[in-house]
Design a protein around this ligand. Structure first.
Ligand code: SF4
Length: 458
């Protein structure tokens, strides 16, 4: 939130109107309700609260809140949350994860505790992998029957609270999903200046309870047998990571965020609104290099830029798609679901972007190379023929040529900034890129001068 924005009114609830999808008796919904109670009590601006989740039943949690959210790969929620907290230490970052994630992402848990980074982690500890059929997890009590331990688990369950406590966390508590003081404990965790973790037991009713029972008495007996105490188990006052890091770096010059050194604007932006550009080609066709050059040119125009690349793990085969957002304003989402401009450079690229192509409307532009078949589209289609460029164009320059033609034809970037970006390339690549940009500009100029028949029509 900037200083110009009005303060948000105090929220009566941080829940949206969606109904939880959890099984009957599952404790997950109760825990999320207590999280909501804690947020209401704290009165944080929902725009300054981020709920981060990963995979499993607990991973569904973020979508039931009106806060910001980040949902990612299994066991990685703490890494995403760490990145968010480092970028924006002012935000309240709450991780909602399962016990499965504490096993899969165990190293992340340790790193976050050692750093004492200001996250609040709620482990929705259902004692097994619920969503995938009740396999044993890192916290399954020894002796428990699960779908992967039909004779009873012989592993010692992970003591999450002791682990993070001994490794530097500021706060650790073990609770159950039905504890009457759960929201107060969550509130304490959020208010704690450092890494706070709550291990909240609530056996999976669909799998764990069905095989092992899960009455309150049984749960208490299991905790007792394991020597796992409940309540607040650990408190320590240590410097919080982002504050400690800022103090350690104080006095060092840092570059302005988002603008690489040497990319100071040369001209005023031509774009007044964001332009989403997708370059859809094949591996080895220099798609990413072309997009990188255009990104640099956009920076030199005073625009903000994001670039996301998509290619298979085999790298040298199949599609290669670069998605750019060029914007005069701050960019909050770098994904491109509906491009304003799509460059169709190969069949691989078209196959990969079929959904985006289908989403484009009559006001959008598709630039296509000759011989590349397009799926159905309502966008305006223009063919760019590299054979009609002045001089001979090497195959590795086609992507840059087509992208430069499209951006120049739409007046999104100027020839000057594209040339400056080309000149910033390394060694002989700079000369080749410079020549390609000049050919693209000549092609567009010919069209503008109504000599398209001779020069190629963008
Ligand atoms: S599978 Fe288990 S953890 Fe998942 S919603 Fe059902 S009871 Fe809850």
């Amino acid at each position: 939130m900037t200083a110009a924005q009005p303060a948000a009114a105090r929220c009566a609830t941080y829940r949206n109107d969606r109904t939880y999808p959890f099984c009957p008796g599952c404790g997950h919904g109760r825990i999320l309700d207590r999280l909501n109670d804690a947020l209401v009590a704290l009165g944080r601006d929902p725009r300054e609260v981020v709920i981060v989740s990963d995979i499993g039943c607990s991973g569904l949690s973020d979508q039931y809140f009106v806060t910001d959210a980040f949902h990612g790969l299994h066991g990685r929620s703490i890494t995403y949350a760490t990145g968010i907290k480092i970028a924006r230490p002012d935000l309240t970052v709450v991780v909602v994860m399962g016990d499965g994630g504490t096993g899969i992402g165990g190293a992340h848990l340790l790193a976050a505790a050692r750093r004492n980074i200001g996250l609040t982690v709620l482990v929705l500890d259902n004692l097994n992998f619920g969503m995938t059929g009740g396999q044993h997890s890192s916290t399954t009590p020894d002796g428990a029957i699960t779908s992967s331990t039909p004779h009873g688990s012989v592993e010692r369950p992970l003591d999450i609270c002791a682990t993070v406590g001994v490794n530097g966390a500021a706060y650790a508590a073990r609770c159950t999903s039905s504890d009457s003081d759960l929201s107060a404990r969550i509130q304490e965790g959020i208010e704690c200046d450092g890494f706070a973790l709550l291990d909240i037991w609530g056996p999976c009713t669909a799998h764990f309870a069905a095989r092992n029972g899960a009455s309150r008495q049984r749960l208490a007996a299991t905790l007792d047998r394991l020597g796992f105490a409940t309540g607040v188990l650990h408190r320590a006052a240590r410097p919080e990571f982002t504050n400690a890091h800022a103090a350690a770096c104080r006095g060092e010059a840092t570059p302005p965020p988002g603008r690489p050194e040497g990319a100071e604007p040369l001209a005023a932006p031509r774009l007044r609104t964001p332009l989403r550009v997708v370059v859809a080609g094949s591996a080895g066709a220099k798609v990413r290099s072309a997009a990188r050059l255009a990104s640099r040119a956009a920076l030199l125009s005073g625009l903000r830029v994001t670039q996301r690349d998509d290619y298979p793990v085999t790298v040298q085969t199949g599609h290669c798609v670069a998605s750019l957002v060029l914007s005069p304003e701050e960019i909050h989402f770098s994904g491109v679901e509906r491009p304003d401009v799509l460059l169709a450079l190969s069949a691989d690229g078209v196959a990969r972007t079929a959904r985006q192509l289908a989403a484009m409307g009559p006001g959008d532009r598709v630039f296509v190379l000759p011989g590349v078949a397009l799926g159905a589209t309502r966008a305006t289609v223009t063919t760019i023929d590299p054979a009609q460029a002045s001089g001979t164009l090497a195959p590795r320059q086609v992507a840059l040529y087509a992208l430069a033609v499209a951006l120049l034809a739409m007046d999104a970037l100027s020839e000057d900034v594209l040339l400056a970006a080309a000149d910033a390339a390394t060694g002989r690549h700079a000369a080749a890129a410079n020549a390609t940009v000049r050919r693209a500009a000549a092609t567009v100029e010919c069209r503008t001068a109504a000599r398209a028949d001779a020069c190629g029509d963008p």
